[in-house]
Write a protein that binds this ligand. Structure first.
Ligand SMILES: [Zn+2]
Length: 164
C-alpha cells in the first residue's frame, strides 16, 4: 500500500515539531540551571539538597526515572499487543473487483471449528461481507507528547546517573 504524500509530509512536520519542543525544553532547563552551568533553581546541587531533605537518594531518582522511561516507551507496545490478541484495530484486506484499493472496513474476528480437520479456523469478516483468513493490523503509534516524555526521562536519567 503506497503512503500518500500528505501523510509523509505530516510525519516530517510532526518530527520537526518534536525536535523544536525538545530543544525549547532544553533551553528552558538550561536557564533554570539544570545542567549546572548556569546558577538557577534547578542546579543539580540544589535539587540534591532538596531531595535528600525528603529522604530521597540519587538511586531512588534513577529507579523512578527508569520506571517512567520503561512505561513511556512500552505503553503502546502493550496496547498494540493487547489489541492484536483481542482482534481490535484491524481492517479488511479484500480488494473488490475493479477497485484500485482494498476495502479497508473494520473487521470482526470470528472462528469456527473445521469439520474436515477438526481444528479451529480464524477468519475476519467486514461489514461488506468479505471473509478473509487475515486482516490488516493498524498499530497505535506514539504521539509527540509520549515521545517528549520518554526523551525527557532519558535525559534526566543520564544526568542523574552521571551525577551519582
Ligand atoms: Zn471488506
Amino acid at each position: 500500500m503506497a503512503v500518500p504524500h500528505n501523510v509523509s509530509a505530516r510525519n516530517r512536520l510532526q518530527s520537526f515539531g518534536l525536535t523544536m519542543i525538545v530543544m525549547g525544553a532544553c533551553f528552558i532547563f538550561y536557564y533554570l540551571g539544570l545542567f549546572g552551568t548556569v546558577e538557577g533553581p534547578l542546579t543539580p546541587a540544589r535539587i540534591g539538597t532538596a531531595l535528600s531533605a525528603l529522604g530521597m537518594t540519587q538511586c531512588h531518582v534513577i529507579v523512578i526515572l527508569l520506571s517512567i522511561l520503561i512505561a513511556a516507551v512500552s505503553w503502546n507496545w502493550i496496547f498494540n499487543l493487547t489489541s492484536l490478541l483481542a482482534g481490535h484495530r484491524m481492517t479488511c484486506t479484500a480488494r473488490p473487483e475493479g477497485a484500485d484499493r482494498v476495502c479497508g472496513a473494520p473487521v470482526k474476528r470470528t472462528s469456527h471449528v473445521s469439520k474436515r480437520s477438526g481444528r479451529r479456523v480464524v477468519f475476519y469478516v467486514c461489514a461488506c461481507g468479505h471473509k478473509r483468513p487475515e486482516a490488516h493490523f493498524h498499530p497505535l503509534k506514539k504521539g509527540t507528547v509520549s515521545n517528549t516524555i520518554w526523551l525527557a526521562c532519558l535525559i534526566f536519567m543520564i544526568i542523574a546517573v552521571l551525577g551519582a
